[in-house]
Design a protein around this ligand. Structure first.
Ligand code: URA
Length: 436
C-alpha cells in the first residue's frame, strides 16, 4: 500500500477501506508518512467527506494507534463531556469540577487551541507547574483518589489524534465533520469513557455554521458511540457570540474561577449547569435533568466545586494559590477599554471575529507548536439583546503592546453591531439529540 494512492483515491471521491485507513493513520503516527502527505489527506477528506462507515473506521484506526484505558476498576461510570470548540468556551474548567463535586468522577482528555478556538490544556497551563502529560497509571490513580483528571492525549492514548489535531490547526482542515467526529470520539473512546455529553456548537464562532451541519456532526458522533456500546447525548448550543465574557487563557481561567466561586456571568453559569445536569443524568446520579442541574448549582453554592478544582490543580502539579489570589496570574502589558459610540441594542457580537482577534493578539498559534501568550485576550461586557447607552463600556482588550491593542480595538468595534430597535437575546441551546 502507498500513502499517495490513498490520498488520490479520496481526492477523487473514493471510499476508503478499513485497511487503507489503518495503514494511513498508523503510518502518520509512527512517522513513516510525513506531515505533507497527511496534510493532503486531511484536505482531501475535508473536501470529499466520508460516509458513516469510513468515519467509524477512521476513529477506530486512531484509537488503535495507542492503548485503550479501561477505567472499570477505578470507577463505575466514566462520564465525560466534549465541546466541539468555540470562542470563550472555558466550560470544562467549570463543568468537570462541578460534576466531580457531585460524586461522579470525571477523567478527561482535552485538547489544545484549534484555529480560532481556545484549548483546555493551554488554559490549564496558565497555572505554573500544571502538568497535562500524565501516564495511564497516573491518570487512573488520580481519578480514583480525587475523582477528577484534566490531561492531554499522551503518547499512549490516541496519539494519532494529537498529531492530526496539531496538523489540522495550521492547514485549514479543521471544519470537516468526519475529521472532527473521529478526533473527538477517538479521544473519548480511548480514554475509557462510558457516557458522553457532546456539546456541539453552532454559529459564526463554531466549526459548524448551521443547524443542519451541527445535527449531522451530532448524529455521526452518537452513532460512533452507539457502535462502541457507549451512552451519549448531543446538545446543540449557540456559538454566535462568545460564551461568557472572557476570551484568552488567563482571562478565561479567572472567569472559570469566578464562576466556581458563584460570581460567573449568567449565560456561562447557565450553560455549565445544564451540561453538568446532563452528565449527572447520563451517569444515573440523578433521575431527571432538573435534579442534575439543581445538584450542580448546589455544588457551586456550597463551595464544593471550587474545592474540587483546587484539588485538581494541586494533583497535577499546579500552583493552587493562584485560585485564591488570581491577581498573581501574569497580566498583559496594555489594557484598553472601549466605550459604545452610540446607544441602542446589541444585535450581534461576531464570535469568530472575537476569536480571531484573540489569536491576532497572540492567544493562538500560526504554526504547529508555536508558543502562545497566556496574558492577552478580550473581555466582552455585553450580550446580544442588551440595551446600552452611549459611553457604556463595550469591551476591554489585553495586549502585549499598544499597536496590537489598537488593531484589536478597531476589529472588535466592527464585530459589535448595535441597532436602534429592540433585539431578542440568543438562546443558549437549540436542540438535544439522543441515541434513540
Ligand atoms: N475538538 C476536537 O477534539 N477535535 C476537533 O477536531 C474539533 C474540536
Amino acid at each position: 500500500m502507498r500513502a499517495v494512492d490513498i490520498i488520490t483515491k479520496k481526492r477523487d471521491g473514493g471510499v476508503l477501506s478499513e485497511e487503507e485507513l489503518d495503514f494511513f493513520v498508523q503510518g502518520f503516527t509512527d512517522g513513516s508518512i510525513p506531515d505533507y502527505q497527511a496534510a493532503a489527506f486531511t484536505m482531501a477528506v475535508l473536501i470529499r467527506g466520508m460516509n458513516a462507515d469510513e468515519t467509524t473506521n477512521l476513529t477506530m484506526a486512531m484509537i488503535n494507534t495507542g492503548d485503550q484505558l479501561d477505567l472499570s476498576d477505578v470507577v463505575d461510570v466514566a462520564v465525560d463531556k466534549h465541546s466541539t470548540g468555540g470562542v470563550g468556551d472555558k466550560t470544562t474548567l467549570v463543568i468537570a469540577p462541578l460534576v466531580a463535586a457531585c460524586g461522579v468522577p470525571v477523567g478527561k482528555m482535552s485538547g489544545r487551541g484549534l484555529s480560532f478556538t481556545g484549548g483546555t490544556l493551554d488554559k490549564m497551563e496558565s497555572f505554573p507547574g500544571y502538568r497535562v502529560d500524565l501516564s495511564i497509571a497516573q491518570f487512573k490513580q488520580q481519578l480514583q483518589q480525587i475523582g477528577i483528571v484534566l490531561a492531554g492525549q499522551t503518547a499512549e492514548l490516541a496519539p494519532a489524534d494529537g498529531k492530526f489535531y496539531a496538523l489540522r490547526d495550521v492547514t485549514g482542515t479543521v471544519p470537516s465533520i468526519p475529521l472532527i467526529a473521529s478526533s473527538i470520539m477517538s479521544k473519548k473512546l480511548a480514554a475509557g469513557t462510558t457516557a458522553i455529553v457532546l456539546d456541539v456548537k453552532v454559529g459564526v464562532g463554531a466549526f459548524m455554521q448551521d443547524l443542519a451541519q451541527a445535527e449531522e456532526l451530532s448524529r455521526m458522533m452518537l452513532s460512533i458511540a452507539k457502535r462502541s456500546g457507549r451512552k451519549a447525548v448531543a446538545l446543540i448550543s449557540d456559538m454566535n457570540q462568545p460564551l461568557g465574557n472572557a476570551v484568552g487563557h488567563v482571562l478565561e481561567v479567572r472567569e472559570a474561577i469566578d464562576t466556581l466561586a458563584g460570581r460567573g456571568p449568567r449565560d456561562f453559569v447557565d450553560h455549565c449547569i445544564e451540561v453538568a445536569g446532563h452528565m449527572l443524568l447520563l451517569a444515573e446520579k440523578t433521575k431527571t435533568l432538573a435534579d442534575g442541574m439543581q445538584a450542580a448549582q448546589a455544588a457551586i453554592n456550597s463551595g464544593a466545586a471550587l474545592q474540587k478544582f483546587r484539588e485538581l490543580v494541586i494533583a497535577q502539579g499546579g500552583d493552587a494559590s493562584y485560585i485564591d489570589h488570581p491577581e498573581k496570574f501574569p497580566a498583559a502589558a496594555v489594557v484598553l477599554n472601549v466605550a459604545a459610540a452610540s446607544a441602542g441594542w446589541i444585535e450581534s457580537i461576531h464570535a469568530r471575529e472575537v476569536g480571531l482577534t484573540a489569536v491576532g493578539l497572540g492567544a493562538g498559534r500560526e504554526k504547529k507548536g508555536d508558543p502562545i501568550d497566556f496574558t492577552v485576550g478580550i473581555i466582552i461586557k455585553h450580550k446580544v439583546g442588551d440595551r446600552i447607552a452611549q459611553g457604556d463600556e463595550l469591551f476591554s482588550v489585553h495586549a502585549a503592546n499598544q499597536q496590537s491593542a489598537e488593531m484589536a480595538c478597531e476589529r472588535l468595534v466592527a464585530a459589535h453591531h448595535i441597532v436602534a430597535q429592540k433585539v431578542e437575546p440568543l438562546p443558549l441551546f437549540y436542540r438535544t439529540l439522543t441515541q434513540e
